[in-house]
Design a protein around this ligand. Structure first.
Ligand code: KG4
Ligand code: ZN
Length: 349
């Protein structure tokens, strides 16, 4: 089956055509980053308006790049949540309109579920596996039993990993989103120049906390104002990144050891981070873990990832009908509740 997947949860309008939930025929992404950078973060109202402008052309581009027409599409998968309500609504309303007009089944998928399953677009991963989701809104460790079957092992108590990268970048005077800029500067700095704290490393839980690390950077900047410049900036970025990645890697290692899971998936925008990728690879080698980190394009927000769960649900006749709403907050543990509620296709006459 060909699935048309749509994503509009934050600041990327994306559409993709994917065959059988595995083979990407197209994966088009229109980024709004420049529209928000001037404000230092995503402005929800601007995001909704930009999605409205982009969504139809992006879907058109995804179909034409895939070389297919809507007549060949077997179903639609759209991000239902979590995310910005107004932004989600644009993707959902467009998906519903297309589904209604073309008599297509439609299913709402969880954005984080898409991130966790994006790895399947490159190579299959056997269940169960341990998943670390690190994005602008998430720093979560999950046990994944199957598609739609997720259990949270730990999560951030305050800032998400991506949020910490972006907030520290802002403190350093870097533009939004700063995660990738910190990554680039860190590559040329000394990760041992400053010993930043590794929060919650020894608390015995699989939770994270990044706001103390951010405060430690702020405190360092107050006593070393020159740390924002030149070589010192590179050292600071490298030291902050080392602390953040150290916690992410060591908590993942602890969760793997405690659960006995030997397959690990790292997903979400922060999984693009070169330091995190390197350290995870080292951990996998040392512990004999099977590691899956998707290519950077599939780690950050895209629509193709929605087609993995989307295809699975649609093939089983599990659709969301036309009455479903955006879920701005939607923990993955509550998937089962939703799966019970979603119904067989309710197509117009
Ligand atoms: O998954 P994603 O694209 O969107 C959300 O669902 O939030 O993740 C975006 C986050 C941003 O905080 C961004 O700064 C961060 O991922 N990010 C990075 C890198 N690339 C993106 N953080 C650190 N290093 C990177 N290379
Ligand atoms: Zn995301």
């Amino acid at each position: 089956m060909l699935v048309l997947a749509i994503e509009s949860s934050c600041d990327e309008t994306a559409a993709a055509v994917v065959r059988d939930g595995r083979e990407i025929l197209s994966n088009v992404i229109a980024s709004q980053v420049k529209d928000h950078a001037v404000f230092g973060g995503v402005v929800p109202e601007i995001a909704s308006r930009k999605h409205l402008e982009a969504v139809v052309p992006v879907i058109g581009a995804a179909l034409s790049e895939a070389g297919v027409t809507l007549a060949e599409i077997g179903g639609i998968a759209v991000t239902q949540g979590p995310g910005l309500a107004g932004a989600l609504l644009v993707g959902i309303a467009t998906a519903k309109g297309l589904a209604y007009g073309r008599r297509l089944p439609i299913v709402g998928v969880n954005h984080i579920e898409g991130h966790l399953l994006a790895a399947f677009l490159e190579r299959p991963v056997e269940f169960p596996f341990l998943a670390l989701a690190v994005s602008g809104g998430h720093s979560h460790l999950y046990r994944v039993e199957g598609i739609g079957r997720y259990a949270t092992l730990g999560q951030t108590l305050d800032d998400a990993a991506g949020e910490a990268f972006d907030k520290v970048a802002k403190l350093l005077g870097l533009s939004y989103p700063g995660g990738v800029l910190i990554d680039r500067l860190a590559a040329e700095g000394n990760p041992e120049a400053i010993r930043f704290p590794r929060p919650l490393l020894h608390d015995g839980s699989f939770n994270f906390s990044f706001s103390g690390l951010k405060t430690a950077v702020l405190t360092h900047l107050r006593s070393h104002p020159e740390a924002c410049l030149g070589e010192a900036l590179k050292d600071l970025c490298a030291s902050f990144q080392a602390a953040a990645c150290d916690v992410l890697v060591r908590k993942t290692a602890a969760a793997a050891a405690a659960t006995g899971l030997t397959r690990v998936v790292v997903a979400g925008g922060v999984a693009c981070n070169s330091g995190l990728r390197r350290e995870m690879e080292q951990l996998a080698r040392q512990r004999g873990l099977e590691l899956h980190i998707p290519s950077p394009l599939l780690c950050s927000d895209n629509a193709a990832m929605n087609a993995v769960p989307g295809d699975f649900y649609l093939e089983q006749g599990m659709t969301s009908g036309f009455g479903f709403d955006a879920l701005p907050v939607w923990p993955l543990d509550r998937m089962a509740e939703r799966l019970d509620r979603i119904s067989m296709p309710t197509l117009p006459n």
